[in-house]
Design a protein around this ligand. Structure first.
Ligand SMILES: *Cc1c(COP(=O)(O)O)cnc(C)c1O
Length: 222
């Protein structure tokens, strides 16, 4: 099946209110355009170089999300146009995003990434680290970022109950943070969780934003 067919079939299985981030990483521009022609406007990339090179080549009405691990020294390459950064995992990174956003006279929406998986390799805050950040004076000073919610990646495993437990944990974190720090802020509303292999569970556990590559664009070879 082509990208258009994949996308249309996939969208039928997604409840309203769950946003689809089409993860185009490593795929040629032609496939992104195919999805765009089918109506998709929200795309995700996980490498700064790829995103910075690709965005100017493709239609201007695409909203680009950065979903990967973001290095501080590379924020400047995407700050002018990125519409959401999913992987904020330190105050230092958030401050750099704020600085680059200010240079571009804009406010960049961000998600706090939480370490919900058992694997050591995945990035993200613990609950306590996030509390410290949100309580800090440094954070309060930041005028050019806003926190729209949370993001997390589950353990890569066939154990569905494990995955479910991790997603449930992320939703609990989201609700706690909302109550403690974002009460009365309707902009704090996103839970970015779920990929091709686990998005159904993620949606059952309250995901508002799923990041899907393989199911739309096919398997990646690189
Ligand atoms: C690659 C990637 C995805 C999409 O993965 P698929 O399994 O191809 O759907 C989602 N989130 C992040 C952070 C990724 O790097």
């Amino acid at each position: 099946m082509g990208v258009k067919e994949n996308l249309e079939a996939f969208l039928k299985t997604i409840p309203e209110g769950v946003q689809l981030v089409a993860v185009s990483k490593t795929k040629p521009d032609e496939l992104v355009l195919e999805a765009w022609e089918a109506g998709q406007r929200l795309f995700g990339e996980n490498k700064v170089q790829d995103l910075a090179a690709r965005a100017p080549r493709l239609p201007g009405d695409i909203r680009w999300h950065f979903i990967g691990h973001l290095q501080r020294n590379k924020v400047k390459y995407i700050a002018a146009f990125v519409s959401l950064i999913h992987g904020i995992d330190s105050l230092k990174l958030l401050k750099e995003v704020n600085k680059q956003a200010a240079k571009n006279k804009r406010v960049i929406p961000c998600l706090l990434q939480f370490h919900i998986a058992e694997e050591e390799s995945k990035f993200g805050f613990s609950r306590q680290e996030a509390d410290e950040l949100l309580q800090s004076e440094d954070y309060r000073q930041l005028r050019n970022i806003r926190i729209n919610g949370v993001m997390g990646m589950a353990t890569y495993t066939d154990d569905k109950e494990q995955v479910r437990k991790e997603f449930r944990n992320l939703r609990t974190i989201f609700l706690d943070l909302k109550e403690s720090f974002f009460a009365g802020d309707p902009g704090f509303k996103e839970i970015s969780m779920g990929m091709s292999g686990d998005y159904r569970i993620a949606i059952e556990e309250g995901s508002t934003m799923i990041r899907i590559g393989t199911k739309i664009f096919g398997a990646r070879t690189t």
